[in-house]
Design a protein around this ligand. Sequence first.
Ligand SMILES: Nc1ncnc2c1ncn2[C@@H]1O[C@H](COP(=O)(O)OP(=O)(O)OP(=O)(O)O)[C@@H](O)[C@H]1O
Length: 885
Amino acid sequence: MSAQLTEEQQRKIEENRRKALERRAQRLGQTTSTQQRHSPSSTSNSSIPVQNVTAIHHVTGTEAPRKKVFVPPFKKDPQSVSNQTQHPSHQKPFTSGNQTSQLITGTSIKQTQLVDPLPFSNQHLNNPSGLSTGVKPVQATPNPTSDATACTSSSSFYNRSIQPAQAAVAQLPSNTFTPKAASAKKPCVSVRGKCVSHTEGRFRVEVRYHAQLINVFKSIPSKNYDPSTKMWNFSHEDYRQLMEEAAGIPSVYLKPLEGKEALDLTAAVSRARDSVTLSAVLKLCKGWQKPGAVLQGQCVLVSRTKFEVDVGYHVDVITAFKQMPTKNYDMKTRKWSFSLEDYKMLMDLLGGIAAVEVEPLPRAVILAFSARFDGREASSSDVPEADLSAIDSTITLSLMPFQREGVNFAVSKQGRLLLADDMGLGKTVQAICIAAYYRKEWPLLVVAPSSVRFTWAEAFRRWLPSLNPDSINVVVKAKDELRSGLVSIISYDLLSRMEKQQQGGNPFNVLIMDESHFLKNMKTARCKAALPLLKAAKRVILLSGTPAMSRPSELYTQILAVRPTLFPRMHEFGVRYCDARQGTWGWDYSGSSNLGELRLLLEECLMLRRLKSDVLSQLPAKQRKVVTVTIDGINTRTKAALSAAAQELARGHRSKMEEKEALLVFYNHTAEAKLQSIMEYITDMLECGREKFLVFAHHKLVLDHITTDLRKKNIGLIRIDGSTPSAERQQLCEKFQFSTNTCVAVLSITAANMGITLHSADLVIFAELFWNPGILIQAEDRVHRIGQTSNVNIHYLVAKGTADDYLWPMIQSKMNVLEQVGLSESNLSDNAVNSNFHSKDSKQRSIMEMFQSSFSADDDMDEAVLMAAANDWEDFPPEDTSGQH
Ligand SMILES: Nc1ncnc2c1ncn2[C@@H]1O[C@H](COP(=O)(O)OP(=O)(O)OP(=O)(O)O)[C@@H](O)[C@H]1O
């Protein structure tokens, strides 16, 4: 350290040291005389062993010259402690944090050693419990040339020299009041006493008279003197304070409490200490601006345990940096970084450099990483295993290991989280399992895009068989009762159209918000409708594969929803992470800044995100999913046509040819009925950040509808159908593969199921079903082929009340056959999914059988004829289908 001090500084240090020694000598003289005044029997008592002590003299009025009540360092910040007039034996040998910074800038030097402005030294914080440390307390090393150091060493429990090599004393862990250790530190103990249990929540001290000790007793807030026993007793809350102050009197030794009581106290003390340390660190967040500063900088969190100071060159700053025990200079970035345990000390030093203003870490970061600021061992990042034994084994046994970790994470965050796993990693199954963990607290509300409301209902039926299916309420109209089920499912848009009173009833204690980035804009009706529900819910499970699609400000409402106290005001968040700029019309939060820190913060507090590449080994190469869509919104004409087709099919007594025609009519009307929900789903996929995907359909009507709608929305697409010349196909495929602006490939199931490669996408949506699963598998394999680096998701849109009810189970069973002979890679034979599409109605079952026999592989009807018949179904005049879009 001295190498960095100027001559003038060294001279002052020496002078101050000398003065301190003089003062101390004077005070010691006073103490001795006071002691003699108040202890007539002191000479004779001094030899009485503690066991024989039964009384403490109650001293009034004339005790030792103690001007102020001592406030223990762990209840006050070091600055205020240093301002107190203290008893000599409590006088700190080191300066406060601010004094330290003055030392660095050379303005004022008060002491010879620097103090750790954190009130607790690393040593005892490494053992916050204070139990069975296994760490030997480092003995005080009396300095023969410095009486002050020798006498004060035992009193300064918290001090830590910035340069350990120069530390005169490495302190004893303050909550390990082991008699051996304490007495070892006190070579000149003349008064011994002990703490013993008194009444409930109190302890008393059995010790003979000692003037300084009586002063300490009187400074303890919960003090009580019992004249009958002539003993002092105190509340457990003040145990630590008393023990520390007593330890500061060189001639006194108090034996600590023993047994369970002592252990409980140690834990309580440890907790109190932690919160005090935190509040000292939090104080740094306020009032750090310096009007006269010429150099500005910023602290940024760079890992879970380290922060970096981003500031220009200043000699005093570098001097301060070099004092930090955990300093690290990165030659490449030319930046200094430190462990969080040095944060307070460094900030105190930097605070004393008038020319430099360093923005502290945000309050949210300090709260999130609080345990690391006081030098405790960084808590393990292992999340404890949650007890899922009360949840249906259907789901718990199916969870993949990373999904199980997701549930554990959620439980460790008390059921409030943003599950931001990559698309297709099974956020639904994890969310259902998390919600089931809190089943006693239900009602549960799921808010989802309207295109997946029914898929959610299916998922509950599939994964939680113990849940009565009747208690699942899918809200489809604004007039529907929102709270009629134990599990309610509603779309964002419908929620915003719900009557206020509907929303304001009994709270949904458990809330799942699927595709939670739908909440990204606070001003939208969706968000306004969701916020009151989010506020009222105890558990909030947000799901999104893309929580923010373009800027960090989109995360704000989601953070607010999960952890409202983290950034109560947008501005605070905006300034730190959105590069907020003040313009003519107000603040602009559209930028981004400190993203690394934001990510660390989110991961620590609320967000779990795994990419497919992280868990690829646990995933099947191909994952198929049934998306149950609704045809509720169809017009009456289509509805009538659809039901007429269904009735016609059920009529029976016909020739095989008639039967097939009837089936085709039903299939064709199904296409028409699904148009709206298909577009809704595609739009949701785009809104959810799916950048590239394939949409397969069969009917020209459907292909045209999708193409027209996407064009209207300015979505880049290619289209390949039967009319696309072969020469153009390759060009179109390349366009899709390599152009970032081409998001969707609209493809005919029959015309584009082979011979093309589109593996820059990893999602295939089947807007329509097709009776030949071999063709479907071939179509899937446009993305699932060599060169594909991700797992592939296949979504089959299946509409209830249409021909899909019959086609889907048939496809499933056929695919399972293919799988058994090794021709289909992934298994669709999930009984739960199957059962949802098997009708219990005997008449309908016969239609199902009809489908199976009509469309079975050994059918004599030429498939080409069937396709042609289907393709002939036109409601609209054909459009240009050259594929040049
Ligand atoms: N543990 C599992 N066992 C069996 N199937 C699973 C499991 N996890 C997920 N799946 C299946 O994988 C498919 C994708 O899951 P899911 O829809 O939940 O993913 P997601 O993360 O919500 O995707 P997206 O972001 O695209 O909505 C579904 O068909 C689902 O049933």
